[in-house]
Every structure is written in structure tokens, then in C-alpha cells.
Ligand binder design. Structure first.
Ligand code: CTP
Ligand code: MG
Length: 234
């Protein structure tokens, strides 16, 4: 397929933001928890809306908070808000259903990776535009990884050189993502995993340290520090 690096406005971003944030501790849904005085979701939407490829944003919000999220985001960018589901993949499916068929590329991006730079959205979108069915941003694994038995005995050391940690946004040809979701019988934490099960290939591009997933309280502290650093492009 011919590369079309100048094509713009051909991307819908689906943002699962309906999780409870159990690992973050008490304090309400994670996407609405504050970082530097603003909800994580607001940080995420600002960066998505600043990405030149993006034509549409669909957020899956916690069902009780749909109206509040709609009001909150109306001040930030044009966003469609739908009710999420009990599992992440249900939230993604609900948001995907609101994406019109005319948009050829869909990115799925966790609200919890709220500091992901614009450059990552553009990198992932460009790789789909260049012909990949599915694209994931990845980082090398820095820790040594061991396989361990239930009793705590080391069974072996995995070759770290072939491992990658996977982030979002994950990008897809829209028809491939719809087919993967339609075919997914079991639960998956990763949309690219559903595409792999279809037997389609998934392409890797560089991720970013700024795309960390806010999961535990220490991640919020790290994110707050990252916001004090000079702007980063990648
Ligand atoms: N998510 C969602 N719907 C769900 C569960 C998760 O939209 N039913 C979203 C979260 O809001 C988050 C992303 O999926 O943006 C990744 O999930 P995770 O980091 O696990 O967030 P939570 O599920 O909220 O956190 P926890 O697992 O600690 O409860
Ligand atoms: Mg979760």
C-alpha cells in the first residue's frame, strides 16, 4: 500500500475510561482522579485532541458519570461520550460502536495513560496509514524476567531481548478491529491480542516513557513529577 503521510483527519480515538481504579485505592473512578488539579481524562483528551490525525474522539465513561464527563469534556474538545461496561473490552466495544464506518483508522487509548505525547498518536496512526493492520507502541523490558512456579521456585530466565512492554494507543484498520472484537469469545486486556487471534500481524513502533499507565498511587506521584519537566516530543 502506498504511504500517505500527509493524510489527516482519518482517525477515530476510542478511550476506555470506565474503570474503577481499584489499585489506585479509594477516591472514585480512576479517569476522574486529579493530577495537578485536573482529571486524568482531561490530560488525556488534551493530548489526543492536539494530534493532527484525529477527527473524532469517543470516551467510554463509568455509567453513573456519563453526563458529568460530557459536561467536563465539552470545555476541552468535541468528544462523544458513551457508557462503558463491566470489563475493559466491553467499554472499548461500546465506544467502537459509536465510530462511523467512514473513518478508516481507529486508535484505542487508555485514559490511564494520560501523559502519552502527541508524537506517539501520530506514529501509530502513520504506521496504520502505511499499510499495517494493527500497530502497538512498545518499550524494551528493563528488568530481568523469570518464570516462577506457584511455590516460588525459579523455573527459568526469559530472554529479555525478545520481550517488549506494550502501551497504548494501539492502532488498527477499523475493519480489522471490528472483526477482532466480533470474534473475541474470551476476555482480552489488549486489543492487539484479539487481532493476533484472527491470525493478522501486529506491527511495533517505539512507545514513550511518558505513556506510563497510572495504576498504583506511586504512578500518580511519578506522573506529577513528569508534568514539571520540560515538554517532551516523543
Ligand atoms: N477500563 C474501562 N472499563 C472497564 C475497565 C477498565 O474503560 N470496565 C479502562 C480504564 O478506565 C483504563 C483502561 O481501561 O483507562 C485500563 O484499565 P486499568 O488501568 O486496569 O484501569 P482500572 O480498571 O480503572 O483500574 P483497576 O484495574 O486498578 O481497577
Ligand atoms: Mg482494570
Amino acid at each position: 500500500m502506498t504511504a500517505q503521510p500527509s493524510a489527516r483527519g482519518d482517525v477515530a480515538v476510542v478511550v476506555p475510561a470506565a474503570g474503577a481504579g481499584v489499585r489506585l485505592g479509594p477516591g472514585g473512578p480512576k479517569a476522574l482522579r486529579l493530577l495537578d488539579g485536573e482529571p486524568l481524562l482531561v490530560h488525556a483528551i488534551r493530548r489526543i485532541a492536539a494530534s493532527p490525525s484525529v477527527a473524532m474522539i469517543v470516551v467510554a465513561a463509568p455509567p453513573p458519570d456519563v453526563d458529568a464527563v460530557r459536561t467536563l469534556l465539552a470545555q476541552i474538545a468535541p468528544v462523544t461520550v458513551v457508557a462503558g461496561g463491566a470489563e475493559r473490552q466491553e467499554s472499548v466495544a461500546a465506544a467502537l460502536a459509536a465510530v462511523p464506518p467512514a473513518l478508516p483508522i481507529v486508535l484505542v487509548h487508555d485514559a490511564a495513560r494520560c501523559l502519552t505525547p502527541v508524537a506517539v498518536f501520530e506514529r501509530v496512526a502513520a504506521a496504520v496509514r502505511d499499510g499495517a493492520d494493527a500497530v502497538i507502541p512498545v518499550l524494551p523490558v528493563v528488568d530481568t524476567i523469570k518464570e516462577v512456579s506457584a511455590e516460588g521456585t525459579v523455573l527459568g530466565t526469559v530472554d529479555r531481548a525478545v520481550l517488549r512492554a506494550v502501551q497504548t494507543p494501539q492502532g488498527f484498520r477499523a475493519d480489522v478491529l471490528r472483526a477482532a472484537h466480533a470474534a473475541a469469545a474470551d476476555s482480552h486486556t489488549d486489543d492487539a491480542g484479539a487481532v493476533e487471534k484472527l491470525g493478522r500481524s501486529v506491527h511495533c513502533v517505539p512507545g514513550s516513557d511518558l505513556a506510563l499507565k497510572i495504576t498504583r498511587p506511586i504512578d500518580l506521584a511519578v506522573a506529577a513529577h513528569l508534568l514539571t519537566l520540560p515538554p517532551e516530543q516523543s
